[in-house]
Ligand binder design. Structure first.
Ligand code: FPP
Length: 253
């Protein structure tokens, strides 16, 4: 039986990835190594975000998605959570003009209802102000979890089409995809996790099904254009088969 899959097309290989998704890990360890408070690592992490956005724009990446705060991060010490929130607010206030100058559209995905009203307001304004930019779409995943995303998509779909509950066999990938938080973006071509761990940690679990996964020991505050180029060089050497055989890929159609 032919199974319908949302990943039908074979993207061209040997090129710059169109969509790069990153788990920015290692801020705390970067700081602890220097006998600094963990929060100093997050502050330096913002600089790495800036560098990465710029480098991706220069290399022709169309979508960059960064995991800034997971649903599980609320379990961290209250002081660290509050610093992270203040960093988001400060960064949104300060960086939007720079994003516009670089042609960057900003989108925030996640369960934003948990954030305070001021942060939600800043998010809405930043998204609106950058809405016409087209060079690079920068998505920040905040209070995001892949399982949350799949569940909220099913709930939204059933709310919109309650009759589907009577015909569950009609629910397929194509029906669900438009309700996922990142419905506007193609699936990531390249996933990068810094900080040495080799896990997906409930990031874009639906969308990463066929993504090339790259792990580096580099701590996020040290991430820069050279590290990005190393990841891109590794990506270019990958053969993306999407379930097909190597021979199929190399036989002209
Ligand atoms: C993981 O490092 C990083 C985070 C939980 C937060 C990421 C936030 C930033 C880079 C700064 C803010 C970003 C934006 C977009 C304004 P960790 O603390 O888990 O490090 P560890 O594993 O070494 O403890």
């Amino acid at each position: 039986m032919r199974q319908a899959s949302s990943t039908q097309a074979i993207p061209a290989t040997g090129q710059t990835p169109r969509h790069v998704a990153i788990i920015m890990d290692g801020n705390g360890r970067w700081a602890t190594r220097r006998k600094l408070p963990r929060t100093a690592g997050h502050v330096r992490g913002v600089q790495a975000v800036r560098r990465t956005v710029e480098a991706c724009g220069q290399r022709g990446v169309e979508y960059l998605t960064l995991f800034a705060f997971s649903s599980e991060n609320w379990r961290r010490p209250a002081q660290e959570v509050s610093l992270l929130m203040r960093l988001f607010v400060r960064t949104l206030e300060k960086e939007v003009d720079k994003l516009i100058a670089q042609g960057v559209r900003l989108r925030i995905v996640g369960n934003l209802g948990a954030f305070d009203a001021r942060l939600r307001q800043l998010i809405a304004e930043a998204e609106q102000r950058t809405a016409k930019e087209i060079t690079l779409t920068l998505t920040i995943a905040a209070n995001y979890g892949g399982r949350w995303d799949i569940l909220q998509a099913i709930q939204a779909l059933l709310r919109a089409q309650p009759e589907l509950a009577q015909h569950p066999e009609a629910l397929d990938e194509a029906a669900l995809s438009p309700w996922l938080a990142m419905h506007y973006a193609p699936e990531p071509d390249l996933f990068i996790r810094t900080g040495g761990e080799q896990r997906i940690s409930n990031f874009l679990i639906w969308q990463l099904a066929y993504t090339e996964l790259y792990f580096t020991d580099c701590y996020w505050p040290d991430f820069n254009a050279d590290e990005l180029d190393r990841a891109f060089a590794w990506y270019r050497d990958r053969e993306r088969r999407f379930g097909r055989t190597s021979e199929q890929l190399h036989t002209p159609r």
